[in-house]
Design a protein around this ligand. Structure first.
Ligand code: SF4
Length: 513
């Protein structure tokens, strides 16, 4: 018996144990697979003459929520006896379900379950997404590259830097042009990077004219070899607003150095309201409103996401007529509180650095305490408005309307998604909420993602669903499906709501189609 057959010995290969290769139809590559081998994506194999999905079908138990991690309670390869009492809170995910491709047939599993008196149907399939990518949020002030700069993995262009958000740099990676519109190696590198990012593995990205960043969902970014620890408390102006009261009486002037908006407390609206005296300070930058300056420097890896290593470089001459005097005290601090310095003006009104005074330590500590940990966030984005809908209903546009009308609740491996308004089913999901290892690929190249559609049974029948294919959870546990793989039970991660009755009731109340 081959190694693969041993793993699947519960399935009797019988007379179908053949030496010839057999064809896998689960994606357009159509691999011919010899007995005991797997196809190009390793997701399907030939076990005794039958095409088998190599990973187990994952069934989440919401009665056994784990507080985040998914903990299996059936060992890999072991058949689940279905011995647990049905709590009505089991969810058959699409992880390991197999696909509807080439979309002429119903989805691999169409599951019914009565929950709180409501008959629900969940249609479960692994979608093949050529139109997909990830949006990456990197919590850092540091300049990692210009907007629209190319992002590379293994030297290939896989995306670009997009508009920065508050305290975070953003990347837009993947998409159909990089997956299919470039060279073969560009498509392969894009697919590899997306797959690893979605499966929460670290990926090294280089940005043209910018930094090298290691991105791993849920972990701190590593920028040019340095781990980023903190996300800034706010921009320089916001920092002044938050802490001006605490600095009052301890120091004569505070400058919060920031690439976006550098703040000066004596001029800022917050300082004025609190009665801070003028200090005659001069900031070299573009004044926006009092105490708020743009472009004090170029973006970089220094103080507050600027190129600055010496903060005095952004100060002009001090003006005695406007309040500058020998002995005037000045604190300069970055938006994360990681960099700070203290100065006093000498007789020539030049700032001279002095040891950082104890009385100001607390306020710098407060900035640091208010910073959240810097993390990388990866959102998978994909279009499920294509042919996979034909595995759900004979009339695919009905599914789109039902999703848009909130009558169908969409999940990815049990994790809730955001569906974009407008046409199609363009969804986004935080990969940190999806069980690990849920994403796969095919070498077309495209990503494979689990996707589940849940709706009331009567709505499902009305939209042209495959009523005769509906099966109970118990039947699926006992018999599995077309792809003959084992079933794996796992405690659901806490925070992924199930059942989605509240949303389905809202959709019904709205009367939308
Ligand atoms: S790449 Fe994978 S899914 Fe596609 S035909 Fe080959 S084994 Fe089947």
């Amino acid at each position: 018996m081959s190694e693969l057959a041993e793993r699947f010995e519960t399935h009797d290969p019988g007379e179908k144990q053949v030496a010839e290769k057999i064809r896998c139809d689960a994606c357009p590559v159509m691999c011919y697979i010899a007995d005991g081998r797997t196809g190009a994506c390793d997701r399907y194999g030939n076990v005794g003459g039958r095409i088998v999905r190599m990973d187990p079908l994952t069934i989440l138990d919401h009665a056994a929520e784990t507080g985040g991690a998914v903990v299996p309670f059936v060992a890999e390869g072991e058949e689940w006896g279905g011995e647990l009492v049905n709590t009505g809170r089991r969810f058959v995910t699409a992880i390991g379900a197999g696909t509807t491709y080439p979309d002429y047939k119903p989805a691999p599993f169409i599951v019914s379950q009565e929950v709180e008196g409501v008959d629900l149907v969940t249609v479960v399939t692994e979608g093949i997404f050529s139109y997909c990518g990830v949006k990456v949020k990197i919590d850092t002030d540091r300049h990692i590259g210009d907007e629209t700069a190319t992002v590379r993995s293994e030297g290939e262009a896989i995306g670009h830097v997009t508009t920065g958000e508050y305290g975070s740099q953003m990347l837009s990676l993947g998409g159909v042009h990089h997956l299919t519109g470039g060279s073969k190696s560009e498509g392969r590198a894009t697919c590899d990077a997306l797959l690893n990012l979605c499966n929460r593995k670290p990926v090294e990205l280089t940005i043209d004219g910018g930094a090298t960043v290691i991105v791993e969902a849920g972990k701190a970014p590593v920028i040019d070899g340095k781990v980023e620890h903190r996300m800034r408390v706010g921009c320089g102006s916001a920092t002044i607003g938050m802490f001006a009261t605490q600095w009052r009486g301890l120091v004569d002037e505070v400058v919060v150095v920031d690439d976006h908006i550098t703040g000066v407390v004596s001029e800022h609206q917050a300082g004025k309201v609190l009665g801070w005296e003028d200090t005659g300070i001069k900031i070299i930058g573009r004044r926006s409103t009092p105490g708020r300056y743009f472009k004090v420097s170029e973006p970089g890896l220094g103080w507050g996401g600027t190129t600055i290593s010496d903060p005095l470089s952004i100060l002009g001459d001090w003006n005695a007529k406007k309040g500058a005097r020998p002995g005037l005290s000045l604190m300069m601090v970055s938006t994360t509180g990681e960099q700070f310095a203290y100065y006093e003006l000498d007789e020539q009104l030049k700032p001279v650095e002095k040891p950082f005074p104890e009385r100001l330590q607390k306020s710098v500590g407060l900035i640091e305490d208010n910073c959240e940990p810097a993390l990388c966030t990866v959102l998978f984005i994909g279009g499920a408005g294509g042919s996979l809908r034909a595995g759900v209903t004979e009339n695919p546009v009905n599914l789109t309307r039902s999703v848009q009308g909130l009558k169908t609740y969409v999940t990815v491996g049990g994790a809730p998604v955001y569906v974009w308004p407008g046409g199609g089913i363009t969804l986004m999901v935080d990969v940190a909420r999806v069980p690990e290892g849920a994403f796969g690929y095919v070498p077309t190249p495209a990503l494979v993602a689990p996707i589940e559609f849940t709706l009331r049974r009567d709505d499902y029948v009305r939209l042209g669903g495959y009523e005769n294919e509906i099966r109970s959870v118990e039947d699926i546990l006992a018999k599995g499906g077309e792809y003959l793989n084992s079933r794996r039970g796992a405690g659901a991660p806490a925070g992924n709501p199930w059942p989605p009755l509240a949303q389905l009731r809202r959709g019904r109340a709205s009367g939308a189609e």
